[in-house]
Design a protein around this ligand. Structure first.
Ligand SMILES: N[C@@H](CCC(=O)N[C@@H](CS)C(=O)NCC(=O)O)C(=O)O
Length: 219
């Protein structure tokens, strides 16, 4: 079976798939495109026009959650709970975390008012996750699972935004989330899931958007 991941370097949804493939030690070819200016061959095979898209031989799989579930199903070692209810619970929070990425887009691109409403929406969700997050290292215990891969791009981008500003989005008030974030961001598989220098590209992207967040940037 030949896998090719169609990617975009800045995309957090792509990063979930990359981490999952790497953690499960599955061989794949990476192909970068710009989904804002996609090549014709991508337009032909992508129903949504979005990345990530996983080509499996001559078949196409899209939506990051579906891609990571496929990775789980072809893996020899499971990284998702065995119990149906726990699997569904993890999926629910993965879908929920996708909405957090929407809030983060508003934070990066919005004017002052949009920044504050998006931040409020994000922190409301963080409060809810803090309330259900246990004391375990990762979401389900000691082992890094698919749900941890889903949250990794969120924690990485929050850490960058805090580093680039005077902690404009500090999550230190959330004790369980902070510890979970630290555990995830310490892993090589997470650090290596983005290209070198992506933090600088992210900084430039915030600057170029000229939203309220760009006024909070420090050098
Ligand atoms: N629900 C999708 C979201 C993917 C997504 O939003 N990808 C962005 C890049 S980060 C994209 O391709 N945007 C281009 C577009 O929407 O036209 C998933 O989980 O895979």
């Amino acid at each position: 079976m030949k896998l090719e991941l169609i990617s975009f370097k800045l995309c957090p949804f792509v990063q979930r798939a990359v981490i999952s493939l790497e953690v499960q030690k599955i061989d794949f070819k990476m192909t970068y495109i710009n989904p804002m200016d996609p090549p014709d061959w991508f337009k032909e095979i992508s129903p949504t026009g979005q990345v990530p898209l996983l080509k499996v031989d001559d078949q196409v799989i899209f939506e990051s959650l579906v891609i990571t579930e496929f990775i789980e199903e072809i893996s020899t070692h499971s990284f998702h709970p065995k119990e149906a209810i726990q699997r569904a619970n993890n999926r629910s929070w993965i879908v929920y975390s996708g909405e957090m990425l929407g809030d983060m887009f508003g934070i990066i691109t919005g004017d002052e008012e949009k920044f504050h409403t998006s931040k409020k929406a994000l922190f409301k969700k963080l409060t809810k996750i803090e309330a259900i997050k246990n004391q375990e290292k990762f979401f389900n215990g000691d082992e890094f699972n698919m749900i941890d891969a889903a949250f990794a791009p969120i924690f990485m981008r929050l850490a960058w935004m805090n580093e680039f500003t005077n902690n404009a989005l500090s999550i230190t008030e959330f004790k369980h989330l902070s510890a979970w974030s630290d555990a995830i961001l310490a892993l090589d598989v997470v650090k290596n899931s983005v290209v070198d220098g992506l933090d600088d590209v992210y900084y430039s992207n915030i600057e170029a958007r000229e939203g309220y967040l760009s006024t909070l940037l420090i050098d």
